[in-house]
Design a protein around this ligand. Structure first.
Ligand code: TYM
Length: 327
């Protein structure tokens, strides 16, 4: 690999949402021009929440098909499934031995998820597996949404601690977080992040939602009692729609405000829905073509995994030697 490396992953917990698309996948697609890219389906992470083998297995292939439909070029880049590379779990153990209990306890995502009674140890250790996913491949940049920023900060802390102890092993990666799509909020509660694992289907737009459903969901979006299309803290619902429109249309927040200056909330919601429908239509068409061909998808993932394995194997060997557990 001659260019700089970009690396990122997505969990196969469900068909991804426009939040995932605008926060991460859109950046993945764009970064292919300037970086050698390594993308993976983070199925080991999904075991923290999903205990349904058939669902998990099917969703992995669906996510692979969707990523290709969104424009991930698997000829030039690497797309693989995390569980096909055992070095992720191996490095994760090594890194766990270099991570403080208190550091993991401070992760806001863990704090949110651990409010229920069913908290498994995997949920607690999850950020360390994420650090292993990243550091194993020595990437330069990690395209992610804002919700993953804290995990990336922890990754850097662990990498620096490791380098101080054993000499320069890990590259310290930088995050890439897009300006407008960094955190798309729920359509039913704009104080909460839009999430593909939410039980309320009206709270998110899946990239495979039909045009009718997209329009229906946007029409129902929670806004406020005002009438101005203005981005502000006091108007979280309208601000969320402005963010969605800006990032899907590739224009600034200001330009969006200007464009819809004299428009009612009702008409603005319809315009946002139309922009989303137009963006998703070609992705959906391509997806339904690809998903039919399971053998093709499995072949792509196996080929990607072979390439990822050779990098992971070499790098983990180096790490094991440096820390004194291999001759
Ligand atoms: P996941 O599967 O939850 O989400 C995939 C990507 O989508 C971004 N994202 C969002 N962006 C904007 N608005 C939203 N509402 C929104 N929801 C999600 C996420 O920030 C993410 O970039 N832990 C990761 C997967 C992972 C990973 C990694 C990522 C595992 N190992 C190593 C990067 C590097 C996760 O659960 O993403």
């Amino acid at each position: 690999m001659k260019k700089k490396i970009a690396l990122s992953g997505i969990q196969p917990t469900g068909i991804f949402t426009i939040g995932n698309y605008l926060g991460a996948i859109n950046s993945w697609v764009k970064m292919q021009e300037d970086y050698d890219c390594i993308f993976f389906i983070a199925n080991m992470h999904s075991l923290t929440t999903i205990k349904d083998p058939e669902y998990l297995n099917k969703t992995i292939l669906k996510i692979a098909a969707l990523l290709i439909a969104c424009g991930i070029n698997t000829k030039e880049n690497i797309l693989y499934v995390q569980s096909m590379i055992p070095q992720h779990a191996e490095l994760s153990w090594v890194l766990q031995c270099h991570t403080q209990f208190g550091e993991l306890g401070r992760m806001t995502q863990f704090k949110d998820k651990s409010k229920s009674n069913n908290v498994n140890v995997g949920l607690f250790c999850y950020p360390v597996l994420m650090a292993a996913d990243i550091l194993l491949y020595k990437p330069d940049v990690i395209p992610i949404g804002e919700d993953q920023k804290q995990h990336l900060e922890l990754t850097k802390t662990i990498a620096k601690r490791f380098n101080n102890l054993y000499g320069e092993i890990f590259k310290i990666p930088k995050e890439f977080i897009p300006q407008t799509g960094a955190k798309i909020m729920s359509l039913t509660n704009p104080e909460k992040k839009m999430s593909k694992s939410s039980e309320n289907k009206n709270s998110y737009i899946s990239v495979l939602d039909s045009p009718e459903d997209i329009l229906k969901k946007f029409k129902k979006t929670v806004t406020d009692s005002g009438s101005e299309i203005k981005f502000s803290k006091e108007k979280p619902g309208i601000s969320n729609l402005i963010k969605i429109y800006s990032s899907i249309s590739n224009i600034t927040i200001k330009e969006t405000e200007e464009k819809f200056k004299n428009i009612s909330y009702k008409d603005f919601k319809i315009s946002v829905a139309e922009a989303v429908i137009n963006k998703l239509q070609p992705i959906q068409n391509k997806y339904y073509e690809i998903i039919e061909n399971k053998d093709f998808l499995i072949k792509i993932l196996e080929e990607g995994s072979k390439k990822a394995f050779s990098i992971a194997e070499k790098n983990l060997n180096e790490i094991y030697k440096k820390i004194g557990i291999k001759f």
